[in-house]
Write a protein of this length. Structure first.
Length: 135
């Protein structure tokens, strides 16, 4: 996390998950269909479509609620660094599987695509913007 006039040591996972860590980046603008997805680090550094906004402290941690999708990206990176596993693999093995969520995943698969609805725009034309792709 970049240097800040705010106390970075007060940024905790609890505050990240409750949107009280004081972090920026409300949400991300998405990616163009078929484009390579950014790494977590690239997203945190602001290499997204959302005005190049990097995740940084914009409020003193613990003093204000402000939604931060960027904070959740940081939480995902923390989990990967701590467990040495990809986020999607960790979630599948340690969260979804024990809960019996056999059709839940963070990765797009051919099986999921075969069981998913197709989005349409007017006149029964498939919507290219809503077609899913495998990263």
């Amino acid at each position: 996390m970049p240097q800040s006039s705010y106390n970075r040591s007060k940024v905790t996972l609890r505050r990240i998950l409750s949107h009280t860590a004081g972090l920026s980046v409300h949400g991300y603008g998405g990616a163009e269909q078929g484009s390579k997805l950014l790494t977590l680090e690239e997203s945190l550094e602001g290499k997204t479509k959302r005005n190049g906004e990097s995740v940084r402290l914009i409020n003193e941690p613990g003093t204000k609620w402000e939604y931060s999708g960027g904070g959740y990206t940081l939480a995902q990176l923390l989990l990967e660094e701590k467990t040495k596993e990809r986020f999607s693999s960790y979630m599948k093995e340690h969260i979804f599987k024990p809960l019996g969520l056999i059709h839940t995943n963070y990765e797009w698969t051919a099986e999921m695509k075969s069981k998913s609805a197709t989005a349409y725009v007017i006149y029964y034309k498939e919507s290219p913007a809503l077609q899913f792709r495998r990263p």
